[in-house]
Design a protein around this ligand. Structure first.
Ligand SMILES: [Zn+2]
Length: 126
């Protein structure tokens, strides 16, 4: 993972937490799935189903803002739909949760580094 980008995301968010890790990883998954080359140049719209910590990663990494290309539906699900306006691809990324008993530090590490298929669920948007 990109440690420098993670540190900058923490700076943007104001603290380090598992929630931010969820959003950070969701953005990484979306970047790959939607064939985005560079985050800075991406033309992405996002619908976030949570207003909590994870959405700050979407704000920071994709530059999404509520004035422009970020919609927040407060239904408390850690799920994000990303649309890539450049190629018309779309995906919904949902965090399923982790069944193991882990402390915050371990949880964060796992979310950022372990194979995501274990705890994220992906669905193509048509
Ligand atoms: Zn947080």
């Amino acid at each position: 993972m990109d440690q420098e980008l993670w540190m900058k995301s923490i700076e943007f968010h104001g603290h380090e937490c598992p929630g931010l890790a969820i959003g950070f990883r969701a953005c990484q998954i979306a970047k790959e799935a939607l064939e985005i080359e560079t985050l800075e140049e991406a033309d992405i719209a996002c619908i976030s189903e949570t207003e909590k910590c994870p959405v700050d990663a979407v704000r920071f990494l994709f530059g999404c803002t509520e004035e422009r290309n970020l919609t927040i539906k407060r239904n408390g699900v850690p799920a994000f739909s990303f649309m890539n306006h450049e190629n018309g691809m779309g995906i919904r990324v949902m965090f399923k949760g982790i069944k193991e008993e882990l402390d915050r530090e371990e949880m964060k590490r796992k979310i950022l580094q372990d194979p995501w298929e274990e705890f994220f669920w992906l669905m193509d948007l048509i």
